[in-house]
Design a protein around this ligand. Sequence first.
Ligand SMILES: O=C(O)CCC(=O)C(=O)O
Ligand SMILES: [Mn+2]
Length: 222
Amino acid sequence: MSERSQSHSTVDPPAPSPTVVTIPPGATYAAGFLDRKAQEALRDTVREIVARAPFYRPCMPKTGKPFSVVMSNCGPLGWVSDRDGYRYQARHPQTGEPWPAMPEILLDAWRRLAAYPHPPEACLINFYDETARLGLHVDQDETDFEAPVVSLSLGDTAVFRIGGDTRKAPTRSIKLKSGDAIVLGGPARRAFHGVDRILPGSSDLLKSGRLNLTMRRVTRPE
Ligand SMILES: O=C(O)CCC(=O)C(=O)O
Ligand SMILES: [Mn+2]
């Protein structure tokens, strides 16, 4: 009997049914991108930024439902949401002051991760307490989709969900730890994503909670 016919007579156990998870092409997960020293430096820089541009609680357009996340920004533009809609603007919605400049530590991360020849114009800074979350959404208030969104995590781990270009596409979860980076570029630039929950006490970088910084190019360069 040939090896071939022998193997035909063998009953193989059924293959485990694979869970189909789609990681959209263009999404890069850089675990441990920032070491502890860099995380501390970025945390201290964020403290300086929010001393000048305090966290505020945005609300949903139309309904006015408050976000569970509080937000600030740095850079020439900042993303805001209120009853009038989602948009970018040059000033803090409560203080009326221009956003603080984008610090070098963020510009450096962008240069290393974005593979894009122009600087980011906005960095949204989200703070999640242990009950905060962010529903599935696409970052789509920018006019330049050639540039990726570069996202850095500090503090407690987040259960981050990413899917495809429709809300119904399969999703997968990634535990984003302090110092991790995610880049959403190419087709993944329009991928649905969100934060399902925060794992309290998973990091000692902050007293509690999680900071996320997302750098975006808003306008198309000339
Ligand atoms: O906190 C995160 O990891 C994601 C944040 C995000 O998607 C956003 O601010 O648009
Ligand atoms: Mn987003």
